[in-house]
Design a protein around this ligand. Structure first.
Ligand code: KG4
Ligand code: ZN
Length: 338
């Protein structure tokens, strides 16, 4: 008799995306993402509003995910949710919903670390990386280089000591008066500009760690100084400023990634997280593919930013390993904390 299929429903609600996904034996059948436009008027995510929106969206999003997967609650083998890191109120909506559903249907509950899930998004589609590989995880809250030697063997080789790179993109965009979330807007404008027009200092951090708070301050002083001489400085130079900032941020990432690859003699290199959608980072990764013979892995756009399919694939591996310990939210979770 064939083994019964593993069908999981996964829920992601760590920040401002309510998402649900159904996965069948490791194949994603649906990945519904509902974004929360309300935050753009405040220039950043308002935690209280995010939890309210999750609470409102979660049932329709889950129903749509089940419907699109052409499945029903009765076929499910387990329920997965993001346990952290993330905003406490947002996480609690996904966690409480999942707990209730698992209890009502008498199913196992699988809590998934959000950063781990960004990394395992690489196992949704082909080509999948072989172990060991390096993953540069770059999002609004995290910047890490992780050595991935197996499904449950992840080692952080370096990480930011202050701001995340996504935060640096968003804060730079805010200084330029661009709408939130600024990262993708800055990326679009940067593609029209010259990256060598302006120079910003590189942080002097000796190991594989990152620092982005200094560059944010230097951009602030740079803009203040130039605006004092020309009130229209930003408008007159917007594309070139964006291109120069983007070049600097991506160069900081690439220098450390190249250093890590050389130190560990690994040429399987992946990127993950929202900033993996950045056009310059993707271009530089492709450049290294040619120059340094890297075998690169860049997830599809919908699997880069926050989504439940990445929670689903990570839960699938946990289900196979029967890793169903008592689950609660861990808002300040670090990678590998279960
Ligand atoms: O992974 P993600 O969706 O959420 C977090 O877990 O943080 O990442 C969101 C971050 C934001 O800072 C956003 O501005 C940034 O990813 N981002 C980008 C681009 N697309 C999203 N940053 C630069 N260029 C992009 N194209
Ligand atoms: Zn994320």
């Amino acid at each position: 008799m064939p083994d019964s299929p593993i069908i999981l429903l996964a829920i992601e609600s760590s920040c401002d995306e309510t998402s649900a996904s159904v996965i069948h034996n490791g194949k994603v059948l649906s990945n519904i993402i509902s974004t929360q436009p309300i935050h753009s008027q405040y220039g950043g995510v308002v935690p209280e509003l995010a939890s309210r929106a999750h609470e409102k969206n979660i049932i329709p999003v889950v129903n749509e995910a089940l419907q699109q997967a052409n499945t029903s609650k009765s076929t499910l083998s387990g329920i997965a949710f993001t346990k952290g890191p993330g905003l406490l109120g947002s996480l609690l909506v996904g966690c409480s919903f999942s707990k209730s559903m698992a209890m009502a249907l008498d199913l196992p509950l699988i809590g998934v670390n959000h950063i781990e899930a960004h990394i395992f998004a690489h196992f949704i589609d082909e080509p999948k990386p072989d172990f060991p590989f390096l993953c540069l995880t770059v999002s609004g809250g995290h910047t890490q280089i992780v050595l991935v030697e197996g499904i449950d063997k992840l080692t952080i080789l370096g990480e930011t000591i202050d701001d995340a790179v996504g935060e640096a993109f968003d804060k730079s965009a805010k200084l330029l008066g661009l709408p939130y979330p600024g990262g993708p807007v800055l990326d679009q404008l940067a593609q029209l500009g010259n990256p060598t027009t302006f120079r910003f200092p590189f942080p002097d951090i000796p190991n594989l760690n990152f620092s982005f708070s200094g560059i944010k301050t230097s951009i602030l002083y740079f803009l203040q100084k130039n605006k004092a001489q020309n009130a229209n400085f930003i408008a007159d130079n917007l594309d070139d400023i964006c291109a120069s900032i983007q070049y600097t941020l991506v160069e900081i990432l690439m220098r450390k990634l190249k250093k890590a690859a050389a130190a560990h003699n690994i040429n399987q290199i992946a990127i993950a997280g929202g900033v993996a959608a950045n056009s310059e980072l993707r271009r530089r990764m492709n450049e290294e593919k040619q120059k340094s013979n890297w075998n690169i892995f860049i997830p599809k756009f919908e699997y880069c930013t926050d989504n439940a399919a990445m929670i689903a694939i990570t839960a699938h591996f946990k289900y196979i390993n029967q890793s169903f310990e008592l689950q609660s939210v861990v808002p300040n979770a670090r990678l590998s904390i279960s």
